[in-house]
Design a protein around this ligand. Structure first.
Ligand SMILES: [Zn+2]
Length: 333
């Protein structure tokens, strides 16, 4: 469902998928831990080169413009709705916002903001910080309340999560440079800053999201391309992740999947080769079984099977997108 008042924002399902996708961009392994609750998203990140592991509890919201005349015009924020962040021993709590406008995340100090109880509190970040992060990859700023907000591009999410404990305490140039070094990436396309393009961009994104879902589920006749489930429970998955700058809403960049297979696909447990054959990730399934006792037979049984394809050849997944999607998700068999 598209949010009416902030049509450029991601739905809760899109946001959680995007967070998991972004965790995967930096390399290493990311295993999402299934949970009956929408928040926090829980994941284990393993960076083999550095022999580092973290269990994450991620609370994420969309970053929107403050709005209203009493708000500073350069103020963006997240509104902490639903579950409030909780800090748990042995896990890393992350308080995160995603800005679809600037294509960056912002993160607030969980030690300061966990366990808040006031009705619908919000956390702010200045536009200037988001713009700097967009341009340089990473930016930190001291807020008026005395805590540090850190903004960064998607490919730095894993680096942030592994350094979150100290980065809010010591946002010195050395610590930021260390984090930035984790991934170097081409600068992204220009952002639109004035209000008019902002509204237009949000409306365009909302229409695109709606249209994409209609076309993709229509092309697959409302059935999961992996298991054939129908019943109106079908979602449209992007092959090249939606928030990636080169992603498109072409039907050939989409797959109609049931919720379980969408989860498995976005968690990189299942992948689709360029000839539309299903593959499973032995490595990730093994890692998942080390974390907990999950029944993974429903994933294993699709290995080597062909994807069910749309009637019209033009709607088939584009092999170029399939390859790019795998590269961005750091697919490991
Ligand atoms: Zn399915």
């Amino acid at each position: 469902m598209v949010a009416i008042f902030n049509p450029g924002t991601l739905s809760p399902a899109e946001l959680s998928r995007w967070v998991y996708d972004a965790l995967g961009f930096a390399g290493g392994q990311v295993i999402s831990i299934p949970s009956p609750q929408p928040k926090p998203y829980r994941a284990v990140v393993l960076m083999p080169e550095e022999a580092r592991t973290a269990t994450l509890r991620i609370y994420a919201w969309n970053i929107t413009h403050g709005g209203g005349s009493e708000r500073a015009p350069d103020e963006f924020r997240i509104q902490l709705t639903g579950r409030m962040p909780v800090v748990t021993e042995g896990e890393t709590t992350i308080v995160l916002g995603w800005s679809p406008l600037f294509n960056v995340f912002a993160a607030w100090d969980p030690q300061v903001h966990a366990g808040r109880h006031s009705a619908s509190p919000s956390l702010q970040v200045r536009q200037e910080t988001l713009v700097r992060a967009h341009e340089d990859g990473l930016a930190a700023a001291l807020r008026e309340s005395g805590d540090v907000v850190v903004a960064f591009r998607a490919e730095l999410l894993t680096a942030y999560c592994l350094n979150a404990d100290r980065i809010h305490l010591d946002p010195s140039d050395e610590v930021l440079a260390e984090m930035r070094d984790v991934v170097t990436h081409e600068p992204q396309s220009q952002v639109l800053i004035s209000n008019r393009p902002l509204v237009e961009r949000r409306l365009t994104l909302a229409y695109r999201a709606w249209d994409f879902r209609q076309r993709v589920t229509g092309a697959y006749e409302g059935q999961c391309a992996i298991c054939g489930l129908g019943l109106g429970l079908i979602e449209a998955a992007h092959i090249v992740p939606v928030a990636w700058p080169e992603s498109t809403d072409a039907t050939s960049n989409g797959l109609a999947l049931c919720r379980n297979h969408h989860y498995a696909y976005d968690s990189r447990l299942i992948s689709v080769s360029s000839d539309c054959t299903l593959e499973i990730s032995r490595q990730r399934l093994d890692a998942l079984s080390r974390i907990g006792n999950y029944d993974v037979r429903w994933i294993e049984e699709v290995d080597g099977k062909p994807l069910s394809l749309p009637t019209h050849r033009a709607d088939w997944p584009d092999p170029v997108y399939l390859e790019l999607g795998r590269r961005l998700r750091r697919w490991v068999p």
